[in-house]
Structures are given as structure tokens and as C-alpha cells.
Write a protein that binds this ligand. Structure first.
Ligand code: ASP
Length: 584
């Protein structure tokens, strides 16, 4: 006997008269005093089982015990439903299975939540993820993930990329996050770092003549968890030899298109728009703007040089946004808080309330200034006056917030774009020196090489980001393939010869032994899939994610370890036992 010979969701009117065996979960059970109806569910859908005591006494007795989420096996005949019983909302709604034999294969304790319940607390869903996975939402999301990854793998294969495994336990890879460390029993006092990405290994594969590498790689980064961040995530990681930037971008665009096509969706038109970093920072205050709405930042620096409003006259840069709504005081208070979170000292504004201007700063502004900045009736002009970077951050943050709050984005469109020409270095927040913008292996743009050490702030990098609807899907770059240039970049970052040797000797050695020009990219799989699935955060497309505190509600990890275990690993916890907190 086989468990099943037919899938629940595949039965149609064409099957009427067939004898079938189906197996799955009891989605719902309705007892009509005598007749019992059970919707039986497997991953393909649901079918209605009808248990009639006059047809089968055995099935009727067994059906009596059935509760939601019991696993059942039923054998019977497919019959057409009476016209008044046809359910047009169910793909199998024209038929039902008249059961001859029913078997309870597996029982369930009372459920912590019903599968069709809305707004179930997320921690509860994660605690019982195996139940949550049975919902249509999770079934759909994990299958979208599979289809996209399969399409990407196919396309990579067609394009001549080979899948090469790289180690998870390695030396820290500088991707800008903290490392997760792994103590080593055989070498007490020494630690591996979990790879923040396979960056250096994939470059070494190029030096090794592998030509085109890819991997759906798991990466580990110790960062605060957010809607688009988890401690561990996967990326489509790739590297190519003898290429220019456009060759790399082309591969990524092909993968995006292949995923859309595999999901039966209209792919975004190619080539994706190419944007300049400097330009998007000016217009949108962000290197990953959501381009599905305008709300562009405008400059007021020129006009306000002679302003009577001291805050404007004294600021290095003054810019503003005109939001399509006359905000109330309370709303402006909330916007001011957001502006402060992004580094503003306050939020100056002009509200055009149906033609009448409301603003505490209007009395300081000249006629010209008022005429230039006041928007159409029922708009609010929001200003930021500070240094260039702060102004971009504040207005960029407000723009993103308003886009969401006022629902400005056109949901019917998908906006893919590339941001190009990032600076190679930026000022380090803590030290006075320079740090990398992407990672230290990015090559400068042609012509800027000689300025690496003399004018680091003016050097542009061959770095590119892929953005979709305001999310950064991934980054890549053309790499440095000359050891001397790599050393110069390390020096700009304040790394002397000794430190270079200690941290990156293997890379510098490799670059000295015939390194081809190369470049690559990494695209976050979970971010991509979350957007494909229309989900607001990546947890909804990850089978077993962690919550914001960093815990896994399902297993309860992470957990304290006994001293004996730590001792064997050569480590000692600095946290007193009583002080260990266990947030969920
Ligand atoms: N290693 C980079 C990252 O993980 C991607 C790349 O430059 O290829 O973001």
C-alpha cells in the first residue's frame, strides 16, 4: 500500500469516478450530525472529504475523533458535488472524495494558534515554526525562495560559473561588521571567525585560475538584527576574471530576470538605470533611494547665504523637501523627532495650509526666500541645515519615512537600479583617519590610482550597489589585483607593514604570484526573496530566523554553557551566572 497516489490540490472534475488515496492534514472538520466533512490539505491545496456512515461505518467512527491538524489517510471515490455545493473559491471546489477507508495516521495536541488566525504574535509563530510553515503564506514564501535560487543556479551554470565551496571557519573578513568567533579545543586561546563573506577566498579562486566562481554562500555578521538583517544569511556570491564593471552588472541583471521569469512574472526592463552616488546623495539623501516616488531634495544654500534666519545663514548646507501634505503640529513634532534621530538639531518648516503659511521661521525669511521655498497649497516644506553629510542623512531619512507614511510609492512598479561611483574611502568615525566604503579590496576608478595616498577623499572606487525599491540587494566591485596598490590602500587605512603582514599576508602573497584582473558581486538572497514575496522583512522568508534580541524562539538558543565545556575550549565567561539574561 502506498501512502497516497494523488495530491489533494490536483483533483478536478476530470477525475470524477476515480478511486484515489490521499494523505495530509485535517484543515477543518465539520460534523453535520451523521455526515462529516473534512478538508484535507497537502502542499498542493485542499480537497473535501465526505464521510458518510451509510457508505462506511469504519470511516465514520474514525472521523469522529478527527481534530484540526491531525494527519489522515483517506481512500475513496471522486464524485461531482451537487450544483449548490460547488465552491468556486476552491480549485478542487467542483468535486469531493466520498471516503471508504479513513485512517488517523498521527494526532495533534491542541494548537497554540489556528493556522487561519490573523495577526498571530511572531514569536509564537517562530516558537512553533513547523505549524506556521503549514500556512499558505510560509508555504508560498519558501517555495518562492526555492524557485528563485534554482533559477539563479541554472543561469550561473549556463554562464559558465562553477560552484566552489569556501570555508565558514576562517580568519576575519573585513565587511564592516563584528565577527562571530569559534574557539578551538585543539588550540586553546586561538579562534576562528565565521566568514562575514567568502570575499578573499573567491579572489584567491581567481588567482587560482578558476575564472568564474559562484556560491549560494552563508555569511555570518554580528550586527543588530533588523527587517533586512539577520546574524546569518545567504548571498549569491560571485567572482569573475578578466572583466569590466559592465560584465558583472550584466550577470546580476540576468539572474534577476531569470528569477522573475521562473516565477512567471514580468521581468524588469534591462538595462537597469545606472545612478551616480554623488547625484543620488544630493537628490535623495541615500545611496539606495526608493525611486517609485519623487519627493526630491532641493537646494537652498545659495538663496540662504544672506538669510536673516541665522540657522540658515550659518549652516554649510541648507536643503529641503516639499511633502504633499499640510502637517499638523503634532505630526511635525513626530517628524522633528525622526530628523533628530538622523542627526538634526531641530526641524524648520513652512506649512502651506490651503494658501495660508504656518511657520515659526516665516517672520525671519525674506520675500524671495518665502517665494522660493513655499510649496503649493497643502504641502509642507521641511528644511535641514548642517554639514553636507548630516543634511543628506536627515532629509534622506525623512524622505524614506514620508514615502512609507504617505504611501507615495507606486506599488505596481518595480524599481531596480545600480548606484555607481562611490568614494573609495570615507572618514573613520572614531579615529581621525580613513576607512573603506565597501571593503578594502575595491579598485579605484581608472585615473584615480595615483591619488590613493595623496588625496584619499577624492578617489572614486569601482564599487556598485544593486537596489530594488529602496532596499540594497547587494554590492560588488572590481578588485585591486596589484599587491603594491593593495598595500597603498591598507596604508591609507592606517595599517603599517607589520599589521598588513599579520592580517593579509596570504592575500598579498597571492597578488604577487600572477593575479588576473577580477571583479565580483554578492546579492542577499533573503532580501531578494522577501521583495519577490512582497514581505516586509526577511524573517518571513527564512525557515528558522532569529528575533530582534538575537534569540531563536524555537530552540531557545543561545544558551549558557557549563564551565567544564568552556574550560575544554580554553575560554572563561566574564558574565556571572546570575547576570545572564535570557530574552526571547
Ligand atoms: N564581499 C562583498 C559582500 O559580501 C561582496 C563583494 O564585494 O563581492 O558584501
Amino acid at each position: 500500500m502506498s501512502w497516497r497516489d494523488t495530491m489533494c490540490g490536483e483533483l478536478t472534475a476530470a477525475d470524477v469516478g476515480r478511486r484515489v488515496t490521499v494523505a495530509g492534514w485535517a484543515d477543518t472538520r465539520r460534523d453535520h450530525g451523521g455526515l462529516v466533512f473534512v478538508d484535507l490539505r497537502d502542499y498542493t491545496g485542499k480537497v473535501q472529504l465526505v464521510v458518510n456512515p451509510e457508505r462506511s461505518k469504519q470511516a465514520a467512527e474514525e472521523a469522529h475523533d478527527v481534530r484540526n491538524e491531525f494527519v489522515l489517510q483517506a481512500e475513496g471515490e471522486v464524485v461531482a458535488r451537487a450544483p449548490e455545493a460547488v465552491n468556486p473559491n476552491l480549485p478542487t471546489g467542483q468535486i469531493e472524495v466520498q471516503v471508504d477507508t479513513l485512517r488517523i495516521v498521527s494526532r495533534s495536541t491542541p494548537l497554540p494558534f489556528q493556522l487561519d488566525e490573523e495577526n498571530v504574535d511572531e514569536t509564537l509563530r517562530l516558537r512553533y515554526r513547523w505549524l506556521d510553515m503549514r500556512t499558505e503564506r510560509m508555504q508560498r514564501n519558501l517555495r518562492i525562495s526555492h524557485v528563485a535560487v534554482a533559477a539563479i543556479r541554472r543561469r550561473m551554470d549556463e554562464l559558465g560559473f562553477i560552484d566552489i565551496w569556501t570555508p565558514s571557519m576562517t580568519k576575519g573578513t573585513p565587511e564592516g561588521a563584528r565577527d562571530f568567533l569559534v574557539p578551538v579545543r585543539l588550540q586553546p586561546g586561538n579562534f576562528f571567525a565565521l566568514a562575514q563573506s567568502p570575499q578573499l577566498f573567491k579572489q584567491l579562486c581567481m588567482v587560482g585560475g578558476m575564472d568564474r566562481y559562484y556560491q549560494i554562500a552563508t555569511c555570518w555578521r554580528d550586527e543588530d538584527l533588523r527587517a533586512d538583517r539577520q546574524f546569518e544569511f545567504r548571498q549569491l556570491d560571485l567572482e569573475m576574471s578578466f572583466v569590466e564593471r559592465e560584465d558583472v552588472l550584466d550577470v546580476l541583471e540576468q539572474c534577476v530576470v531569470a528569477s522573475f521569469e521562473a516565477l512567471g512574472r514580468e521581468p524588469p526592463p534591462r538595462p537597469f538605470p545606472r545612478l551616480q552616488f554623488a547625484d543620488v546623495m544630493l537628490r535623495y539623501g541615500s545611496d539606495k533611494p526608493d525611486l517609485r516616488f519623487g519627493l526630491e531634495i532641493q537646494d537652498a544654500t545659495e538663496i540662504t547665504r544672506t538669510s536673516k534666519f541665522g540657522v540658515f545663514a550659518g549652516a554649510p548646507v541648507v536643503r529641503y523637501l516639499v511633502a504633499p501634505r499640510a502637517f499638523s503640529r503634532a505630526e511635525l513634532g513626530r517628524l522633528e523627532e525622526i530628523a533628530k534621530e538622523w542627526g538634526a538639531k531641530g526641524l524648520a518648516y513652512l506649512v502651506n495650509d490651503g494658501g495660508e503659511v504656518r511657520s515659526p521661521i516665516a517672520k525671519f525669511l525674506s520675500e524671495d526666500e518665502l517665494a522660493a521655498f513655499t510649496g503649493e497649497p497643502n504641502t509642507t516644506t521641511l528644511f535641514a541645515a548642517a554639514d553636507e553629510a548630516t543634511v543628506a542623512r536627515v532629509l534622506g531619512g525623512l524622505r524614506t519615512h514620508l514615502g512609507r507614511e504617505l504611501d507615495l510609492a507606486d506599488r505596481e512598479t518595480d524599481s531596480f537600479a545600480w548606484t555607481l561611483d562611490f568614494p573609495l574611502f570615507e572618514h573613520h568615525e572614531e579615529s581621525e583617519g580613513w576607512t573603506f566604503v565597501h571593503h578594502p579590496f575595491t579598485a579605484p576608478v581608472a585615473g584615480d590610482e595615483h591619488r590613493i595616498e595623496s588625496d584619499p577623499g577624492g578617489v572614486l572606487g569601482q564599487h556598485y550597489d544593486l537596489i530594488w525599491n529602496g532596499w540594497e540587494l547587494g554590492s560588488g566591485s572590481i578588485r585591486i589585483h596589484e599587491a603594491e596598490r593593495q598595500e597603498a590602500v591598507f596604508r591609507v587605512m592606517g595599517m603599517g607593514a607589520g599589521e598588513q603582514e599579520a592580517k593579509f599576508k596570504f592575500l598579498l602573497d597571492a597578488l604577487r604570484m600572477g593575479a588576473p584582473p577580477h571583479g565580483g558581486f554578492a546579492m542577499g538572497i533573503e532580501r531578494f526573496v522577501a521583495l519577490l514575496a512582497g514581505e516586509p522583512d526577511i524573517r518571513q522568508v527564512i525557515p528558522f530566523p532569529k528575533v530582534a534580541s538575537g534569540s531563536d524562539p524555537l530552540t531557545g538558543a543561545p544558551t549558557p554553557m557549563p564551565d567544564s565545556v568552556l574550560k575544554e575550549l580554553g575560554i572563561k565567561s566574564a558574565v556571572e551566572e546570575g547576570a545572564i539574561t535570557r530574552p526571547v
